[in-house]
Write a protein that binds this ligand. Structure first.
Ligand code: PLP
Length: 407
C-alpha cells in the first residue's frame, strides 16, 4: 500500500513519542548533499543530519566499509578484542594529541564519559580531604539530553522541569575570562566548552579566551575538556577546531561526523588522565563495534584522500564572503559568523519562516536560538550544489525584507 506523507505523519502521531519539532518531510533516500522525499522531490541539504553527515549522505567509501564489515561481524563485546578499534583509536590520536580513546555511541554519552573521567580524576588527586568535582561550563552551551549532559548545558530552557539536576556544574558567560577566573574554587576540577558553540548560535571562542583557559587550567591543575562533537572531524577546515589556535585541550569529545552516519562517539584523553578510568569503572556495551569502527575509518580515508579539510576551509570562506556581501543589501542580516563549514547568519527577525520558505524551495537549513540561521554543509558538497543552495537562500532572505509602506 502506497504511503503518503500525510499517512506517515498520522502514524507517527499515533505511535512515536512526540519529543521532536518535525517538518512535514518524509525522507527516503540521500546521496551527498541531496535527499529525496516520498514523492520523489529532491532537496539540497545544507544541514545534513545536524552535522552527522559531514562527508555527505551515504558516502560511497562509508557504504563500502559498512557492507564489507556487516557480512563478517557486527558486534564484539568489549571484554574481547577486535582488529578495528585500535586502528581507529590510533588514527584519532595521530591527528590530535597523545592519549587513549574510549568509544561509545553518541554525543551525550561522550559528555557523560568526560564528566566521569573528570570526577574520578578529582577523586584520585584529592588532597587534604578535598575531593575536587566541580566543572565550569558555559552559558548557551549544548552538551546533550542525558541527565548529566543536560546538567552541563548552560540553557535553562532545556532543563526546566527535570530538576533536581546533577550537582557540580558552575555556569559562566562564554568568552568572559574574568568571570571564569572568578568561578574557580578549590573544588573545581575541569572546564568544559565547545570551541565553537553550535546550538547556542554559532559563536566562536576567542583566542584570548581559550589561551586564558589553558593558562588557568595549568595553574590550577584543571582538566580542559573540548566538546568537538559538532566542530570535529574536519567541519571547520581543520581536523579539530582547537587546531585553529593550536591550544590543546586535555580531553576531546567527538561524535556526529565521526561515523559518517553510523552512530559512534569517541573521547580522547591525555595519558595521565585516562589512567583515572581503570577496568570496571566505565563501559559501553555497543561502544566501538567493528561496524562503527569500519565506518569511521572510511571517514578518515575520505577526509584525507579527498582533500576535505581544504574544501571545508575554501567553501567556508566562500559562504562567509557571499553572506557578508549580502548583509550590505539585506537589512535583516545582523551578523555573519563561523569557522569553516559551520556558519551562522544572525537575523533581526524570526528565522523559522525563512527555514520553511527554503524548504518550499527544496533547500534544507536550520535555525537555532530563534533568529540564527545555521548552515553545516557537507564537506563533499559540489560547487554547483553550493551555488544553487546559496542562490535560493539569498532570494528567500531578500523576499523577507520588510517592505517600506508606500505613501
Ligand atoms: C549534538 C551535540 C551533542 C549531543 O550529541 P547526541 O549524539 O545527540 O547525544 C553534544 N554536544 C554538542 C556540541 C553537539 O553538537
Amino acid at each position: 500500500m502506497a504511503q503518503t506523507t500525510q499517512d506517515v505523519i498520522g502514524q507517527y502521531e499515533r505511535y512515536v513519542m512526540n519529543t521532536y519539532v518535525r517538518s512535514h518531510l518524509v525522507i527516503v533516500k540521500g546521496k551527498g548533499s541531496r535527499v529525496w522525499d516520498l514523492d520523489g522531490h529532491v532537496y539540497l541539504d545544507l544541514f545534513p543530519g545536524w552535522g552527522v553527515s559531514g562527508i555527505g549522505h551515504c558516502h560511497p567509501w562509508v557504504m563500502k566499509a559498512l557492507r564489507g564489515q556487516s557480512t563478517k561481524l557486527l558486534h564484539v563485546p568489549n571484554n574481547y578484542y577486535h582488529v578495528l578499534q585500535w586502528r581507529l583509536a590510533r588514527r584519532l590520536v595521530d591527528v590530535s594529541f597523545d592519549g587513549t580513546v574510549f568509544f561509545a555511541n553518541s554525543g551525550a554519552e561522550m559528555v557523560e564519559s568526560a564528566i566521569k573521567l573528570a570526577r574520578r580524576w578529582g577523586h584520585l588527586t584529592a588532597s587534604g580531604g578535598l575531593r575536587r568535582h566541580e566543572i565550569i561550563v558555559m552559558e548557551r552551551s549544548f552538551h546533550g539530553r542525558t541527565t548529566g549532559a543536560l546538567s552541563a548545558t548552560g540553557q535553562p530552557k532545556y532543563q526546566e522541569g527535570f530538576e533536581p539536576l546533577l550537582p557540580g556544574f558552575v555556569c559562566v558567560p562564554f568568552n568572559d575570562l574574568d568571570a571564569l577566573r572568578r568561578a574557580i574554587t578549590p573544588r573545581t576540577v575541569a572546564i568544559l566548552l565547545e570551541p565553537v558553540q553550535g546550538e547556542g548560535g554559532v559563536r566562536v571562542a576567542s583566542e584570548a579566551f581559550v589561551r586564558g583557559i589553558r593558562q588557568l587550567a595549568d595553574a590550577h591543575k584543571l582538566v580542559v575538556i573540548y566538546d568537538e562533537i559538532q566542530t570535529g572531524m574536519g567541519r571547520t577546515g581543520r581536523w579539530f577546531a582547537y587546531q585553529h589556535t593550536g591550544i590543546e585541550p586535555d580531553v576531546m569529545l567527538l561524535a556526529k561526523t565521526l561515523g559518517g552516519g553510523f552512530p559512534i562517539g569517541a573521547m580522547i584523553a591525555k595519558r595521565h588522565l585516562s589512567q583515572a578510568l581503570t577496568p570496571g569503572t566505565h563501559a559501553s556495551t555497543f561502544g566501538g563495534s567493528p561496524v562503527a569502527c569500519a565506518c569511521a575509518l572510511a571517514v578518515f580515508e575520505a577526509i584525507e584522500k579527498q582533500g576535505l579539510l581544504e574544501r571545508a576551509g575554501h567553501f567556508g570562506a566562500l559562504i562567509m564572503k557571499r553572506f557578508t556581501a549580502l548583509k550590505a543589501r539585506c537589512p535583516i542580516i545582523q551578523d555573519v559568523r563561523g569557522l569553516g563549514l559551520m556558519i551562522g547568519i544572525e537575523l533581526s527577525v524570526d528565522g523559522r519562516p525563512i527555514v520553511e520558505a527554503c524548504r518550499g524551495q527544496r533547500l534544507l537549513i536550520n535555525c537555532t536560538q530563534e533568529r540564527i540561521l545555521r548552515l553545516l554543509p557537507a564537506m563533499t558538497i559540489t560547487r554547483a550544489e553550493l551555488d544553487r543552495a546559496l542562490a535560493i537562500l539569498e532570494a528567500v532572505l531578500m523576499a523577507h525584507v520588510p517592505q517600506v509602506a508606500a505613501a
